[in-house]
Design a protein around this ligand. Structure first.
Ligand code: IPD
Ligand code: CA
Length: 263
């Protein structure tokens, strides 16, 4: 069943990524509205991408539930729920920075079983099925993901992001100021979904972010755990308060550092 869910997520994700790529006008994209803060933007293309994904999935599976970043939640009856970010990295999309993705996860009875993330500009794909593994797909084919051994704590390259609301950003900045002298460096490239996949591929060593929503991390989280990484929150499962990802060889030490820094 999970393989079928991944197949549908991949088909619809690719179609939506094609739509976003084709529809994007040259230059800066107009912001249609703002959400949690004046800098939390949504464009008409975010909305249209979500509508396309919703229609495609619910046409084929009308009894499923649907939770998307830009629309009303639909409560299903089948036990399957789709968790969708129609464009993760909307600010990059607005500014024409080539780092934004479509992210689609399928949860069964509350557990994510399949996940698909596609980098829209590069077409690179990330996919996962619970218990079966995760893969990165590019022009050269499909590559099984196994998170590489991490460096020591002081050499970690940390992926992160900052929330749109002022209060959370202030706290994040203070915590990051404490962490920076203790690691190699940080990267903030603007798409949580792609950043979590990056850790699975060894393009980042670890990840930390506060304030992520389920659609930012559902699909990428499964890509990460199926690649052998540990995902954690403040006191258990990741949630809106905190998401951390690390290789098991360094996870305890790194998670302790994150907490000590005040995230
Ligand atoms: C955002 C991106 C960003 C992260 C923010 C998210 P959006 O999602 O994933 O990297 O730092 O917390 O809200 O708004 O571009 O879909
Ligand atoms: Ca997002």
């Amino acid at each position: 069943m999970s393989a079928n869910l991944l197949a549908l997520a991949s088909d619809v994700g690719r179609e939506s990524a094609d739509f976003v790529r084709r529809t994007r006008p040259a230059g800066r994209v107009d912001v249609a509205a703002t959400k949690s803060s004046p800098t939390d933007a949504v464009t008409e293309i975010d909305r249209a991408s979500e509508q396309l994904i919703r229609e495609r999935i619910l046409d084929l599976r009308p009894d499923d539930g649907f939770v998307g970043e830009e629309g009303r939640d639909i409560l299903g009856t089948s036990g399957v729920e789709w968790i969708v970010d129609p464009i993760d990295g909307t600010v990059n999309f607005v500014y024409d920075i080539p780092c934004y993705a479509v992210s689609i996860a399928a949860a069964v009875d509350g557990t994510v079983e399949a996940g698909f993330v596609i980098d829209v500009p590069s077409r690179e794909e990330w996919s996962a099925v619970r218990g079966e593994g995760s893969w990165r797909t590019d022009g050269d084919g499909q590559h099984r993901l196994t998170a590489p051994d991490p460096p020591v704590l002081g050499h970690l390259l940390v992926g992160t992001g900052f929330h749109y609301t002022r209060e959370i950003r202030t706290k994040q900045a203070e915590a990051m100021a404490r962490m920076l002298p203790q690691v190699r460096d940080i990267r903030r490239t603007g798409s949580a979904a792609l950043n979590i996949c990056d850790v699975a591929a060894g393009r980042l060593d670890v990840y930390v972010e506060q304030g992520l929503m389920p659609w930012d991390r559902a699909a990428a989280g499964l890509v990460a755990t199926e690649a052998g990484l540990v995902l954690s929150g403040l006191d258990g499962e990741p949630d809106e308060r905190l998401v951390m990802a690390a290789h098991p060889a360094i996870s305890e030490e790194y998670f302790a550092l994150v907490r000590a820094c005040g995230f």
